[in-house]
Structures are given as C-alpha cells and as structure tokens.
Design a protein around this ligand. Structure first.
Ligand SMILES: [Zn+2]
Ligand SMILES: [Zn+2]
Length: 259
C-alpha cells in the first residue's frame, strides 16, 4: 500500500536528486572558469573555526591542503624590548630576579607560515630547526628549547621579558616557552597556536591538572579531545619544565615558514 507520505517522500527525493545534478553542473562550470583566470591561487576552502582564535591582525587562508598564516611577528602586549619612547614599552616587572635585558629590540617581520590543513603523523619525526617552529595566536613565532645548536636556554631565559618573549639579533621577537600574555588573557587551558606540522599547541592546564613533560610523549604531546577538537587530535602542551613546547621533533610532517 502506498501512502501519501511515501509519495511525498519520493517527490522530495526526486527533487533533491535533480537539485544535486544541477549543482554539480554549476560547480563544474565554476571550476572551469577559475582554471582559466589569471590568478591561479588554487581553490579556496573555508578556514576552520579554530583559526578564529588568532588575532585579527594575523591573516589566514586555506586552499584545502595548506593553511597559510601571515603576520608581522610584533607582540600584542607590552615589552621592555620596545623603544623607551614607544607606548608599548614597559619596564621589566616579571618574577625573575636574574632578569637581564639583551641588546636587541623588537622589529617587524613578514612571516608566512604554511601548515598542513589536515595534519598527519610522520614516522620520521623530524627534529625542530632553530628559528620559528610554529606560530602563536598573536602572530609571534614559537622557537624550540635551544639557544643555538644543542645549546640549552639556560642563559637566554634570563632575557625573557615578563611575558616570556625576547628578540634576537635580527629583531625577531619570539617565545621559547609558555607565552604568559596569551595564557593570562585566555587562561592556562588556551590554544597557544600551531606548530609547523599543523598540530595545535595548548597551555599547561588540562582537565584541572597542570601538566609536566612527564605527562607527555617524547614530542611533547599526546592524543585526546580538546575544546577545539572534541573528537580528539594529537596536540602539544607547553610545560613549565624543559623542553617547554616540543621535545625530540615534530609529531607530523612539517610545513614551511618564510620571513
Ligand atoms: Zn630566543
Ligand atoms: Zn592534552
């Protein structure tokens, strides 16, 4: 027996099929058009919502396989490394009694970070390089646990400003450890940013527990649900103890950074 409901359902189904067929035709013609245009920047995909946590002065795009993040690397907070005449200058007021300002100052860069849109584990676990290994939500680059080749941060730490950043000889401001301005504004559970392999970095607090490196694997992360990825994802955490952000290498395949 065929009920009215069944007939209506069939009509809806046929209509849906026709609409799908038409939209497919329209899409094919779209891609043909874009293929012949002068700006062959590839297709654009929606930037995942998690990237809305970046500051508005950081520009982000997604071509479907790569997320491109552009920033000038200037922190959105005060620092003793701005010129004394600059309104963003603030004398050191942190907790390190051994603080010693280095001779460098903060300058603008033109960073372009390209990270996988769909990060995946890479068994090679490439070691992190010196220089940027990731980018924080305020556009400031993240560096690893070394001051130079196999040189620990022991002395550099004393030049970190009250928000745990400092500039190098090329005026590139960066964080080797938890960016305290980000976690003071967004809490210790906050998304800090992304490493070059596309996996996210979070603050030290998770489910009410302050993590240490002993809670994490050799790359300084683990797999589990986060606020941004409720179905679970591999992610790194900052910890107060070394190696702070990353351990023995990237968990996934790293992207690129130019400046
Ligand atoms: Zn440094
Ligand atoms: Zn976690």
């Amino acid at each position: 027996m065929v009920t009215n409901k069944t007939i209506i359902m069939k009509k809806i189904s046929i209509t849906t099929t026709v609409l799908f067929f038409l939209s497919t035709l329209i899409c094919i013609s779209c891609s043909k058009d874009s293929g012949s245009s002068a700006t062959s920047t590839g297709t654009t995909a929606t930037v995942p919502d998690v990237f809305k946590k970046f500051n508005s002065n950081v520009t982000i795009s997604n071509d479907g396989s790569t997320i491109t993040i552009k920033s000038d690397g200037i922190p959105d907070h005060k620092s003793v490394y701005f010129a004394a005449s600059d309104s963003r200058y603030q004398a050191y007021n942190g907790t390190n009694s051994a603080f010693s300002k280095n001779p460098n100052s903060i300058g603008a860069r033109s960073y372009t970070f390209k990270i996988p849109a769909l990060p995946a584990v890479n068994a090679a676990h490439e070691a992190t390089p010196l220089g940027p290994i990731g980018v924080s939500v305020n556009g400031v680059p993240l560096y690893n646990q070394y001051a130079g080749p196999n040189t620990p941060l022991t002395n550099e730490i004393n030049s970190f400003d009250q928000y745990n950043g400092h500039p190098d000889q090329s005026s590139s401001y960066h964080y080797h450890v938890e960016p305290l301005y980000i976690t003071s504004i967004n809490t210790k559970t906050a998304l800090i940013g992304f490493l070059l392999d596309g996996f996210p970095l979070y603050g030290p607090l998770e489910n009410g527990k302050t993590l240490t490196s002993a809670d994490l694997d050799t790359y300084h992360g683990h797999t589990g649900a986060t606020a941004d990825y409720p179905n679970g994802i591999y992610h790194y955490h900052t910890t107060a103890d070394a190696p702070y952000i990353n351990g023995t290498g990237f968990y996934g395949t790293k992207g690129t950074v130019t400046q």
